[in-house]
Write a protein that binds this ligand. Structure first.
Ligand code: FE2
Ligand code: FE2
Length: 284
């Protein structure tokens, strides 16, 4: 697919995932963690610069209107996974996993630990929303740590200094602690920066239990699930459910580096699993 350096600074979307995994490498000291900028190469830094500058409340509302009504397509989960697999950027086919392999690797790690079927399924689905890139969305609207828009930015979001270039930072109503929201209103009422999390959540929510919905919707909301930021916007239900988001995150971060999944061998298991929860085609 054709990339334009202006809105695609990353060589591949996984460069962002890899930066996050490095940031939270197991056994890192707090001091090493605070020094995350050392792990960010120039393309990752440029990616965050664009993401923080362009994700405004208006932008998020317009993308939700465009995609979250699910009027675009009717496809099975498998058709969507095959479609996502056509996203080949500058990756090295010998060492880098395909998109489906990453999904299966995450799901397999969850399965090995004996978790429930819906949890394994969430692992398989979690990055399918990256098809937004194939719809022509810029990288900064597909991946990246998510954060609330329409209220003050937390210093716990990576590269907070880049928010100065966001037009919302000049709108005082959007810069109070609660902004346009009410205290403890619950995250369902809060607009997060737009990306692959929200899209896969919207497409699959009616087929999945609450815990899995939370895993999909908030897996990139590191400021909240890793650093306990934005508690003032969360409800008690959010607090409870974030335990599951944290449980899920371990598998998303650390499934890389495990062995390449034997796709043909495990496929029948996943075909069964998907048909248990989903009808043949769903709306996208
Ligand atoms: Fe993701
Ligand atoms: Fe992932």
């Amino acid at each position: 697919m054709q990339y334009n350096a202006d809105n695609a600074p990353l060589q591949q979307l996984e460069d962002w995932d890899e930066f996050v995994a490095t940031r939270y490498r197991q056994g890192k000291s707090e001091e090493e963690f605070r020094n995350y900028k050392a792990d960010a190469n120039p393309t990752v830094t440029e990616f965050y610069r664009q993401n923080h500058a362009h994700q405004t409340l208006d932008f998020v509302l317009s993308k939700k209107a465009e995609y979250c009504g699910l009027n675009r397509d009717k496809k099975s989960i498998w058709e969507m996974a095959e479609y996502l697999n056509t996203l080949v950027d500058d990756s090295d086919p010998d060492t880098d996993l395909t998109q489906i392999e990453h999904l299966l690797q995450t799901a397999e790690a969850i399965r090995k630990d004996g978790h429930p079927r819906w949890f394994i399924l969430a692992g398989f689905l979690h990055d399918l929303g990256k098809v937004l890139c194939l719809y022509g969305e810029p990288q900064w609207a597909v991946v990246g740590d998510t954060f609330p828009v329409g209220c003050g930015y937390s210093a716990q979001v990576v590269f907070p200094e880049f928010f100065a270039a966001n037009p919302d930072s000049k709108i005082s109503d959007y810069q109070t602690e609660n902004g346009i929201y009410e205290v403890n209103c619950g995250l369902d009422k809060v607009h997060l920066s737009f990306g692959h999390d929200e899209y896969i959540y919207q497409a699959t929510r009616r087929y999945l239990p609450d815990e899995a919905q939370y895993m999909l919707r908030y897996h990139s909301f590191y400021a909240a699930h890793r650093h306990s930021a934005y508690r003032h916007l969360m409800s008690e239900q959010d607090e409870r459910m974030f335990e599951w988001v944290r449980k899920f995150n371990q598998y998303d971060l650390y499934s890389k580096g495990r062995e390449r999944p034997k796709v043909q061998e495990i496929l029948p298991y996943y075909q069964d699993l998907v048909s248990e929860f989903f009808p043949d085609k769903i709306s996208w």
